[in-house]
Design a protein around this ligand. Structure first.
Ligand SMILES: [Zn+2]
Length: 89
């Protein structure tokens, strides 16, 4: 009969927790809610992309009236403007 009744010293569960610094909890995800330029609805799909000439644009597609608009940093772009930019090199 093994004398295994030696009291096991309870392990101090001193878990070295690596708590993340609170600063990292601030979410950098700043969501701009775009609205449809036609009906003003915020039920839009917004995509960021770059045109072939490097112009960053936001494509906004409305779920309500199906308006599609392109916005650049300088303002709204027309489809013709998009095509013109993508065409010329
Ligand atoms: Zn709309």
């Amino acid at each position: 009969m093994p004398a295994a009744n030696a009291p096991r010293a309870p392990r101090r569960s001193r878990a070295a927790r690596t708590a993340p610094p609170l600063g990292s909890l601030t979410q950098a995800a700043h969501r701009e809610t775009a609205a449809c330029s036609h009906c003003g609805s915020e039920r839009v799909t917004q995509l960021s992309m770059n045109l072939t000439d490097g112009t960053p644009v936001q494509f906004v597609s409305c779920h309500v009236c199906e308006e599609r608009s392109w916005l650049s940093a300088t303002g709204p772009l027309t489809v013709d403007g998009i095509l013109e930019r993508t065409r010329k090199h």
